[in-house]
Design a protein around this ligand. Structure first.
Ligand code: IVH
Length: 719
């Protein structure tokens, strides 16, 4: 990279037309960091560091580079976010009660199982009726509106569920959002949750206006609703027709109803609009009939929906059912079938993931599927391409996929698009069969090995045998580390990782936090395209992330099998980094007590324990973790409820319980801040023993653990 004298705004440079691909790639990455930094200072911190004209120049050059080199346009490209969600940020708002999401059902059988699970959990007999509120699932933008003494105080987007963006000024311009609650008796605090959306007709009209004004064209009504809401100028939002359906709530100081449907009626009386298609159903058959009926009406509805939501109507049952990690047990989203499209397979590329798995990716002739342009789709694995079974359906026995073929792709919700079939009658004569590589495309060119499954057979997945020496695996881990779901370091995206890694400046996560020190030597600000402001901004965003929640930290380590949900379960289970770290090191050494304790955590089983053990058995990983923990402060996980008499205690259930199922008993204990363990040890505080209690009872007596009957337990928890 050429060095140049410092310039404040880096636009007086080689004309974009003369840039080489390499120069363009580097400058694009640098501009992305710089522009993101300006955006943050301008919007979130209210202290712009360049003039509007200077900013516009940077933006123009960025766009021009992308126009000439469209391959640079990735998912994190700033230009793609303009219409959908302006890159410039808003103040953050912490939700009083997290905004969680819903589990999905695709097949009818999933709905049957959902209802059966509820019956089992609540110990209901088959003839006990359960009423469900069945509602269309609006494809918009979820919103939380906070009212205090009846006045609208804050409007916040969902964000990551814990923290959203403050869009109060904008939300106040929506006609369907009351500024004051109607009715004489309003609760002191009420958070109403629902969906902001734009009708299909308004979306089309808006795009026509945008086109005429040579302005951003939106891909679908949801993007246009998001783009319209996240405007820095509320008068722009006011000019966009946005609707709001209320369907849920967060914090509420007094409950005005005992059922979901009662709450919806009450929302109406308060002045909200609720969805008129909502219906009470009493059986699986009625739920499925509702789904079919709504699916038939879908095309004619004036707003986009992507499924229907079923919710247990009785709120006392909702309360008892509670949540599994981030989704309620009492509700499910029954999605409509995935959308499909036909296109041509231009090429196949191999992607090496952070765990070394080689995934073949289809490079497609761009095609629109459900409002999104798709150019890449997964082909799963070698066998799938060869047409010898594997993932996905339909099973394409003997129907191999060749480059040049016409293929069918499918995209369901947020799932990665996938190639699901091939049209053999359209195969051109020169279609090329694909040979899966024997050597990994990583610079080490190590042998590719097929995974061995738990039963000892050869699995379909191919893996790079380079493990920790493989630069691809290292960069993939670093990319996960800085990503939104992990450390979320603004201005530090995939491109920067590639660049900094190539230069040898960032080889592992801890290096990100010592980059500022290293900068005395490398002097980023002297490198063409950077500049003092952007370097300052970059270090400011890194510094901002020196404090991190335990669940994000665990997730960011990149342990196989430990996604966000599992990381959260581990964080809640151990409460603090030191406790988790100590346990993980013990598990790696095969300590049975530590393994049993981990196993006792909600949602943690053998696969996760094996993955945690494998990770911490590697000295290379232990080093990475140790160096990283010296750079950051890891916050303890959410404290158990302190007003609960069993907060922080460990409880074991044994024997048969009569008033509730074991699953419900454990879930209640956890909701009240206790740990429900599977076996008795000296750390156990209570053993709740029903009739038929066996060895655990003897074990408890040996350790002097307090033994309670089911009734005593219920009295203890005040139930
Ligand atoms: S209830 C605890 N009801 O779907 C979850 N959500 O995947 C409470 N959505 O983030 C959500 N229509 O944005 C609920 N009638 C409806 C909905 C709905 C759309 C969205 C919502 C949520 C997502 C969950």
């Amino acid at each position: 990279m050429a060095k140049s004298s410092k310039s404040k705004v880096k636009t007086d440079k080689t004309p974009v037309d003369l840039l080489t691909q390499k120069q363009a790639k580097e400058e694009h990455a640098r501009l992305q960091v710089e522009i993101s930094g300006h955006d943050k200072r301008y919007y979130r911190q209210d202290r712009p560091s360049v003039s509007d004209a200077e900013y516009d120049e940077l933006r123009k050059r960025y766009n021009a580079i992308e126009e000439r080199f469209p391959d640079l346009r990735t998912f994190e490209s700033l230009s793609l976010k303009v219409g959908a969600a302006p890159t410039r940020g808003f103040k953050k708002v912490r939700h009083a009660i997290p905004m969680l999401s819903l589990d999905n059902a695709f097949a009818e059988q999933d709905v049957v199982e959902f209802v059966a699970r509820i019956r089992k959990f609540l110990k209901l007999t088959d003839d006990e009726p359960i009423a469900f509120s069945a509602e269309p699932k609006i494809d918009g933008l979820s919103m939380s509106l906070r009212y205090e003494s009846g006045d609208l105080i804050t409007g916040a987007t969902r964000g990551d569920g814990a923290e959203g963006e403050d869009v109060t000024a904008n939300i106040k311009t929506l006609k369907e959002v009351p500024q004051h609650l109607k009715g004489k008796h309003v609760p002191a605090v009420l958070e109403v949750r629902g969906e902001v959306y734009m009708t299909k007709a308004d979306f089309l009209k808006l795009n026509e206006r945008q086109k005429a004004a040579d302005d951003t064209i939106f891909a679908n009504p949801r993007n246009s609703a998001a783009g319209s809401l996240r405007q820095k100028d509320p008068s722009v939002t006011a000019s966009r027709p946005l609707g709001f359906f209320a369907y849920a709530w967060g914090e509420i100081s007094e409950m005005p109803a005992k059922t979901q449907s009662g709450m919806i009626e009450w929302f109406e009386r308060c002045g909200f609009t609720t969805n008129p298609l909502t219906k009470i159903c009493h059986s699986v058959e009625e739920l499925l009939a509702f789904h079919r009926q709504i699916e038939q009406r879908r095309a004619k509805l004036d707003y986009d929906i992507d499924g229907v939501v079923y919710k247990v109507d009785r709120l006392d049952w909702q309360e008892r059912l509670g949540f599994v990690s981030r989704t309620p047990r009492w509700a499910i989203a029954h999605k409509f079938p995935a959308e499909r499209a036909i296109t041509v397979l231009r090429d196949i590329e191999i992607q090496v993931g952070r765990t070394g798995v080689l995934t073949p990716v289809a490079k497609l002739e761009p095609v629109g599927v459900g409002g999104v342009i798709v150019q890449n789709a997964t082909l799963h694995n070698e066998d799938y391409i060869k047409g010898i079974g594997g993932d996905g359906e339909p099973l394409r026995e003997g129907r191999d996929i060749r480059i040049g073929d016409t293929v069918i792709i499918q995209r369901a919700g947020d799932v990665i698009p996938q190639v699901v079939d091939v049209e053999l009658d359209k195969r051109p004569k020169d279609a090329k069969p694909y040979h899966f590589p024997k050597k990994c495309p990583c610079p080490l060119h190590t042998d590719v090995v097929r995974e061995v499954t738990a039963t000892g057979e050869e699995g379909a997945r191919a893996r790079c045998s380079g493990e920790f020496a493989c630069p691809f695996q290292k960069t993939e881990h670093l990319k996960l580390f800085v990503s939104r779901r992990a450390f979320d370091i603004e201005g530090f995206g995939e491109k920067q990782i590639d660049y900094f890694f190539e230069q040898g400046w960032v080889k592992e996560p801890a290096d990100i936090f010592t980059l500022q020190k290293l900068n005395k030597k490398i002097k980023l600000e002297d490198i063409e395209g950077y500049g003092e402001t952007s370097v300052r901004n970059l270090f400011a965003s890194i510094d901002e992330r020196r404090e991190i929640s335990l669940e994000r930290f665990i997730f960011s380590l990149g342990i196989r099998q430990v996604g966000e949900t599992t990381a959260l379960a581990l964080a809640r289970g151990y409460g603090a980094w030191d406790a988790f770290h100590e346990a993980a090191l013990k598990v790696a050494k095969g300590d049975e007590e530590a393994m049993a304790e981990m196993d006792a955590l909600d949602q943690i089983g053998d696969t996760v324990i094996a993955a945690v053990a494998a990770y911490f058995r590697e000295s290379h990983n232990r080093g990475i973790v140790e160096r990283l923990t010296r750079q950051v402060t890891i916050l303890d996980a959410e404290k158990p409820k302190t007003d609960s008499p069993i907060a922080g205690k460990t409880v074991v259930f044994t024997g048969s319980l009569e008033k509730m199922t074991r699953e419900e008993a454990k879930a209640t204990a956890e909701r009240l801040g206790a740990k429900a363990a599977g076996s008795v040890s000296k750390k156990t505080d209570y053993l709740v023993a029903g009739p038929g209690a066996g060895s655990k009872l003897a074990e408890a007596q040996k350790h002097g653990v307090q033994v309670l009957t089911e009734d005593e337990w219920l009295r203890l928890i005040g139930s």
